[in-house]
Design a protein around this ligand. Structure first.
Ligand SMILES: [Mn+2]
Length: 309
């Protein structure tokens, strides 16, 4: 929040971007290319609704996030977000917000910027083919709050070459380790059922989004992962294989979440894991058209299968 105050005092342009994925981070880097003195603040989508300061500020640029209230320019492609800014580059059919940000910031002729956008498109559509896109995704996932700001800085300065920055290489390595632990876990669920619902009793710091992708690759059509995040907070990662007919976004909407049809998430509060399960159970029953739901419960002593109705 210090960043916001600093930007206002120095009259710098102020941007707000999604901190969770390369799309938001690349959008932030594009903003820094256009406004080198500008200040980028990162946030998770649920914070936009709950954070008073974020809602009170007038933002010059917002990307890959819901409307914070007052915004001059916004680039976004989320169906669940309603346009609000004075100038909107909003297209739910766009493969990435960064592509809209490229146009919004007038950087279409800039090859360094365009290259970064192509990586954001690869990651945001879950069609990663290049090593660079893989590394960028790893860097974003492996970086902590400060690391993400550093990543935005170097991406703006060096473009794709930022992936060779010493600190950025550390983020990539950190994520690689998480990834291999996640692969080991996914191997325990082979072959997965068509509809996989996993409840983690505690946060094992896996890459849960990656887990949904692994399970979908090995045969699941619908994935739903529930994990506690800190005190009284729970995070849902929902995924649906394209053409499977499931909709990941609509199932998390009642939890205050959002996203895309094929990948969506939500964070909600609950005082106990029993209550958290009670909250998601009716949503699952409705979405899957079942009276009872098979759940894989993960705890320290292993995996247990249970059926809840
Ligand atoms: Mn996006």
């Amino acid at each position: 929040m210090f960043l916001i105050i600093k930007a206002k005092l120095t009259k710098s342009e102020l941007a707000l971007v999604d901190e969770g994925d390369p799309d938001g981070i690349v959008s932030g880097a594009l903003f820094k290319m256009r406004f080198p003195r500008g200040v980028v603040v990162t946030a998770y989508p649920p914070e936009i609704k709950s954070n008073y300061l974020i809602r009170a500020i007038r933002w010059d640029f917002v990307a890959d996030l819901p409307c914070p209230g007052k915004a001059r320019l916004r680039a976004d492609h989320h169906l669940s977000n309603t346009p609000c800014a004075a100038v909107e580059f909003y297209d739910p059919n766009a493969p990435a917000s960064a592509l809209l940000a490229l146009k919004a910031l007038g950087l279409e002729e800039n090859p360094t910027a365009s290259k970064l956008v192509s990586l954001a498109v690869e990651t945001d559509t879950a069609q990663i083919t290049s090593q660079e896109a893989m590394d960028l995704e790893a860097a974003v996932k492996g970086a902590d709050f400060k690391g993400k700001l550093h990543l935005i800085e170097v991406l703006a300065k060096k473009g794709v070459d930022a992936l060779n920055d010493e600190k950025v290489k550390e983020y990539i390595e950190r994520y690689r380790k998480n990834k291999s632990r996640t692969e080991e876990f996914a191997a325990l669920l082979q072959p997965p059922p068509k509809e996989v619902i996993v409840f983690f009793k505690k946060d094992y710091k896996l890459s849960y989004r990656y887990l949904t992708i692994l399970l979908e690759k090995s045969g699941a059509d619908f994935t739903f992962i529930l994990v506690p995040k800190g005190l009284f907070r729970y995070r849902v990662y929902a995924g649906a294989k394209p053409e499977s007919g499931y909709n990941a976004a609509s199932i998390v909407e009642p939890l205050g979440g959002g996203g895309h049809k094929f990948a969506a998430g939500a964070t909600f509060r609950s005082i106990s894991s029993a209550k958290a399960l009670k909250k998601v159970l009716p949503l699952l029953k409705q979405a899957l058209g079942r009276d009872s739901i098979d759940i894989i419960v993960v705890e320290d002593d292993g995996l247990k299968k249970t059926t809840l109705s």
